[in-house]
Design a protein around this ligand. Structure first.
Ligand SMILES: [Ca+2]
Ligand SMILES: [Ca+2]
Length: 343
């Protein structure tokens, strides 16, 4: 199975980079670098990409996901040497600066739109010129995006009723089978992406990436993927996003100079808690495997203060399990257990 490499960073967009890393490099054109400079320091060949995404939210086992937002972004990613001060020129002639994401990636959020039509209007077909400074001076590459209306997947990912219902309160200690509708890629697409990723749910926004199972090529058409046991933590809220995407290489550009059109459907769920609620804590309060350390004591008092770490005792500061949190009795029980006694 041709599985996309797990990204190092958390964001939705880093997943895009993960797909880039599996492809070959793009061609480049040196503009200002002299022959001497070019010979002394080969020009870089960063990846240049446009990403169009229609986000959908699924809030019912049976109703179709509804579009929530449409975004257009551009990325330039160093592959073989540092690049500096990259800029993007839109088909309109407008110039945009990129923002560094670290580790060689630069991003420009071109537009956020309420409809797909306005997205395509703000980020239309045409020539996008990526320019950067590097070892050979100033270089640039033109990405031609020929699809005025986009080359969107015909289907929007939709979790089956059983998957939607089963995810709510699922037991993370057990494997879980995720199933979505069929994805039939357009024949014009050079490459497809399907599959899912899961992040923590920060009040509806994507938090830390906890699992990435995006697939390239023919594998992208699978409609069932398994979430293995213990990939998630109990009693936590997550966002799962399934993606159907077309990757389209720019005509005449043999490498990573390409455009991706993506339908993404997001679903919020909370795993079942396995916290007993009425038990005594242990001397490894912070759950790092070491019992009775200074860190355990600090974590316990931080939790009493309202800041309980994710791996800490699941009852929080109700150490003695009597239902009252952070009392003198909890503190006394904590130090008794730390001293090797019972609660
Ligand atoms: Ca510990
Ligand atoms: Ca208590």
């Amino acid at each position: 199975m041709n599985q996309v490499r797990t990204p190092l960073r958390v964001t939705q967009w880093s997943l895009n980079r993960a797909t880039e890393m599996s492809s070959s490099r793009c061609v480049f054109v040196s503009i200002a670098g002299s022959l001497l400079l070019t010979a002394a320091a080969p020009a870089q060949s960063p990846n240049c990409e446009l990403l169009y995404v229609s986000f959908h939210q699924q809030t019912s086992p049976t109703a179709a996901p509804t579009a929530t937002q449409h975004e257009g972004r551009a990325f330039i990613t160093a592959t073989d040497g540092a690049i500096f001060m990259p800029t993007l020129q839109l088909p309109s002639g407008q110039s945009r600066a990129f923002t560094s994401l670290g580790d060689g990636r630069y991003e420009n959020l071109v537009t956020v739109s309420s409809t797909r039509a306005s997205l395509m209007s703000s980020m239309p077909s045409g020539n996008y010129t990526f320019t950067w400074q590097g070892g050979s001076g100033t270089s640039s590459r033109v990405l031609t995006q020929p699809h005025a209306a986009g080359l969107w997947p015909a289907q929007v990912p939709t979790f089956t009723p059983a998957t939607y219902t089963g995810l709510q309160g699922m037991d993370p200690a057990e494997p879980f089978t995720l199933t979505v509708n069929q994805f039939t890629p357009d024949g014009q697409a050079n490459q497809r992406i399907g599959g899912y990723y899961i992040t923590e749910n920060n009040n509806g926004s994507e938090g830390t990436l906890v699992r990435n199972n995006l697939l390239l090529g023919p594998s992208s058409q699978v409609t069932t993927l398994e979430l293995p046991p213990n990939a998630l933590a109990p009693g936590r809220s997550y966002l799962i996003t399934w993606i159907f995407a077309h990757d389209v290489n720019s005509p005449g550009s043999p490498g990573v100079t390409r455009t991706q059109f993506r339908n993404a459907t997001r679903l919020a769920f909370t795993t079942a808690s396995n916290c007993p609620g009425n038990q005594c804590g242990t001397s490894d309060y912070n759950g790092d495997g070491d019992a009775g350390t200074d860190q355990d004591i600090e974590a316990f008092f931080a939790c009493i203060g309202g800041n309980c770490c994710a791996a800490c005792f699941c009852q929080g500061s109700d150490f003695n399990g009597d239902g009252d949190a952070g009392t003198d009795q909890d503190i006394e029980a904590f130090f008794r257990v730390l001293g090797g006694s019972g609660c």
